[in-house]
Ligand binder design. Structure first.
Ligand SMILES: [Zn+2]
Length: 217
């Protein structure tokens, strides 16, 4: 059984590797974990000994099938807990990420399967991120960031970045939720800010905000 820290590393490697498809450089990993490169390398070597990752110097680190399964289990728990907190305990969507970061490390498989059926097997969490099923399968979503949409293009919001509470508060204020339709009206060349129509209402999106909104064409 991996430790909390090991689980967090596996999760970070999964996200940085674009769902386990690309090797991750230890420098990128240490940035993501807000630690020194040497500490990240030490942890990677430890994970390699436990067969969670394969690691080659200069090439980077890649999840093994075992590591991938473990990362997806942590992500499943995280997203199910977020859904539970919003749906059943009336947490706001900007409050749940921090709490789920703690709850995702609870090891009881029985508890998480009970929560899954209690919630009627949700497919996505409150931020629109897909929830891996109990076999670790994750549906492939063809999403792009909102700032990649062209002027005049319309799309549906599928997910928003979950870890920034201030961003989520702002998205809540303008009504940018998963499932809502968005159309790009104009974009400023100067700073890539966007004027968009969100469910018929004009909204202004800075580059930073629209980078963190995922859409499906
Ligand atoms: Zn989260």
């Amino acid at each position: 059984m991996p430790s909390f820290t090991e689980e967090n590393y596996l999760k970070a490697i999964y996200h940085l590797s674009e769902s386990g498809t690309k090797p991750v450089l230890t420098n990128d990993l240490s940035d993501a974990m807000k630690t020194k490169a040497a500490s990240a390398t030490d942890m990677v070597k430890k994970l390699a000994l436990k067969k969670f990752v394969s690691y080659k110097k200069y090439y980077g680190v890649q999840l093994t099938a075992k590591g991938q399964a473990e990362a997806l289990l942590v992500i499943r728990k995280h997203r199910l807990w977020e859904t539970f907190l919003v749906q059943k305990l009336d947490f706001a969507w900007d409050e749940v990420h921090e709490v789920a970061e703690q709850l995702e490390h609870i090891q009881s498989k029985r508890l998480i399967e009970k929560i899954d059926s209690f919630l009627d097997h949700p497919k996505t969490d409150p931020h629109g991120d897909p929830i891996p099923d109990s076999n670790g399968r994750l549906p492939v979503q063809k999403t792009i960031a909102c700032n990649s949409l062209k002027v005049g293009q319309q799309a549906t919001i599928t997910a928003v970045k979950d870890s920034d509470a201030l961003l989520l508060k702002l998205l809540d204020k303008i009504g940018a939720y998963p499932g809502k339709k968005i159309k790009i009206l104009s974009r400023e060349h100067y700073d890539d800010s966007t004027l968009a129509l969100l469910e018929g209402k004009k909204v202004f999106l800075s580059k930073e905000v629209s980078q963190n909104i995922l859409v499906e064409e």
